[in-house]
Ligand binder design. Structure first.
Ligand code: FAD
Ligand code: SF4
Length: 549
């Protein structure tokens, strides 16, 4: 297949221009300007598919570009006020900061738009000679004679929905690298294939995830407190559904408000989008938003498996970096610093290998460096927090998690050893007949909204006449099995209204996929109980058009 395609050769090919991929590219060029590096990005521009909170720990940026401040990095709002609340249906309880484990402190951190930071990192990378190709999705892998990864193949352009080639048809290209670094973020489509093919997850806990929904608001000046960071747990989620909110004030009257729901939730009637909308109607939250204007919306999965779920990082011909492997510190909701640091470690291992004239083998030094690194220590100290939340629910699990973090902080060990998660998220749903349907309030158009007007604000666009990028392994399964057993949860877990069950004139239910609305969060690939939905990259450049998420 690859013979008829054009190809380009590089020393290192990187898939994904997030913090991990860009950090790896920059580090490689810092180590040797002669190394050729290319970065592929499926978004129409760098940052267009980046969605994060984001309060960042600057430790990654300090290591990568020590003079980031002088060089104008868009990192301007230091955290000045850090608050944590438990919400009840009508009230709230603020946890005093002295009770919070110091591991959770945001002192010294900054509130940023990770999308803008990635755009700035891309400029730094290009100034060093990195070739960045936005609008090109890596759709496939190329393998060498010994099974090693030798490159990636970009998606074909100009293919119609029925498969015929349109006048603008352009076959994808092969981008070959002596090493290929996979930096696709949470639930990467190539990472998934590589992890399965090379058995990288064997002996490790299954990766688990949350779905993060986020809106950007412009607040009235009197309600805007730059530097304020607020988190909450509790309402509107019940005790057995994990998750919580974030609310960060930064920049010129901007506030990032969002909600993360752990995808090990059990009730198939739950709709993460509607829980988020309901959260904003809480009597404590609503007044903070009233008088403001919602300007952007999006959603993205976040890795939550922690240290136990990090797979083997290297495979013949490359490595997984950043959230493609899953380095998020879950109680802190922070992964971008670890994405940068693991990108740098992999770059250093690749540089060393290239200097020795090697190619296509295992970058074992990266794996070894990770085990010795601050990233490993960061994750190891909090490894039991998410399992405690999942096993014991919010009321008991959160205090146990806090106790665990305190013991770790003070004595350097966990009283719980190393706990396991409940298993993969897709296996956690209960049957619809055993679950309580959830009635969500209608959006008020002031602080809460519907899905379609939200997707509009994400700027999402896909060519209507391209093959559907959400593939069903068995097209009859959603109606045959998911509908009777789980009331087809895809209708509710998708934050963009992509999946619908409609009943046509003949009275028969049909499963409809509105693929054009997909915001590339990857939740369907994670949560479908039959693992029947496979997310694949659509034409490069399609998807959300996030400005500063
Ligand atoms: C709602 C939410 C809130 C968060 N809050 C915080 C926070 O406050 N602080 C913090 O530190 N972390 C936070 N995180 C986590 C943080 O965003 C991630 O840890 C970080 O973005 C991971 O960086 P990455 O480079 O590995 O992946 P990503 O940032 O996901 O970047 C991956 C890039 O690769 C591209 N890509 C993917 N597949 C392909 C392909 N096949 N071909 C070409 N391009 C591809 C994507 O379009 C994207 O641009 C949050 C995450 C979420 C979802
Ligand atoms: S179709 Fe899947 S990836 Fe796309 S927005 Fe819906 S859940 Fe997310």
């Amino acid at each position: 297949m690859s013979e008829s395609r054009e190809s380009m050769e590089f020393d290192v090919v990187i898939v994904g221009a997030g913090p991990a991929g860009l950090a790896a590219a920059i580090r490689l060029k810092q180590l040797s300007p002669d190394i050729s590096v290319c970065v592929l990005e499926k978004g129409a521009e760098v940052g267009a598919h980046i969605l994060s909170g984001a309060v960042i720990d600057p430790v990654g940026l300090n290591a990568l570009i020590p003079g980031w401040k002088e060089r104008g990095a868009p990192v301007d709002t230091p955290v000045t006020d850090d608050r944590f609340y438990f919400l009840g249906p009508a009230g709230r309880l603020r946890l005093p900061n002295f009770l919070m484990p110091p591991l959770m402190s945001n002192h010294g951190n900054y509130i940023v738009s990770l999308g803008l930071l990635c755009r700035w990192l891309a400029q730094q990378a290009e100034a060093l000679g990195v070739e960045i190709y936005p609008g090109f999705a890596a759709a496939d892998l190329e393998f060498g004679p010994n099974g090693e990864v030798t490159g990636v193949i970009t998606g074909d352009l100009g293919v119609a929905r029925d498969g015929h080639h349109k006048p603008n048809y352009t076959p994808g290209m092969v981008l070959r690298g002596k090493y290929v670094l996979i930096a696709e973020g949470a639930r990467g489509s190539l990472a998934k294939e590589i992890i399965a093919r090379f058995g990288l997850a064997q002996g490790h806990a299954p990766q688990t995830y949350g779905i993060g929904l986020k809106e950007l608001w412009e607040l009235p000046p009197e309600k805007h407190h730059p530097g304020l960071v607020m988190h909450s747990m509790g309402w509107p989620l019940d005790n057995h559904t994990g998750g919580g909110s974030f609310f960060y004030h930064y920049g010129e009257r901007l506030a990032a408000i969002g909600f993360v729901i752990h995808l090990d939730y059990r009730n198939p009637y739950l709709s993460p989008f509607d829980e988020f909308q309901r959260f904003k109607t809480h009597p404590f939250i609503r007044p903070m938003l009233e008088g403001g204007r919602r300007i952007a919306y999006g959603a993205r999965a976040i890795t939550e498996g922690g240290a136990q779920a990090v797979p083997k990082l290297v495979f013949p011909g490359g490595a997984l970096i950043g959230c493609a492997a899953g380095f998020v510190n879950v109680p802190r909701i922070k992964g971008s610093h670890n994405a940068i640091l693991t990108g740098m470690m992999a770059a250093e291992a690749a540089f060393e290998a290239l200097s020795q004239g090697r190619a296509g083998d295992l970058l074992e030094n990266y794996e070894a460096a990770y085990r010795q690194s601050s990233v490993y220590r960061d994750l190891k100290r909090v490894r039991n927090v998410k399992p405690l939340w999942s096993h014991y629910g919010t009321v008991l699990g959160v205090p146990l998690g806090a106790f665990d973090m305190w013991v770790n902080q003070l004595f350097g060990f966990s009283p719980f050893g190393t706990l396991k998660s409940k298993g993969p998220d897709y296996a956690q749903l209960m049957r619809a007949r055993d679950a309580k349907p959830i009635l969500y309030p209608k959006p008020d158009g002031v602080v809460s909204f519907d899905k379609l007007s939200s997707v509009f604000l994400s700027g999402t666009r896909h060519d209507e006449d391209e093959p559907i990028h959400l593939k069903l392994k068995d097209s009859a399964l959603p109606i045959r099995e998911n509908l009777p057993v789980y009331a087809e949860p895809a209708q509710r877990y998708c934050p963009a209204g992509v999946f619908e069950v409609v009943t046509a004139g003949d009275g028969e239910p049909r499963f409809v996929i509105n693929a054009a609305n997909c915001v590339h969060c990857k939740t369907c690939d994670i949560k479908d109980p039959a693992q029947n939905i496979v997310w694949t990259p659509p034409e490069g450049g399609d998807g959300p058009a996030y400005g500063n998420m």
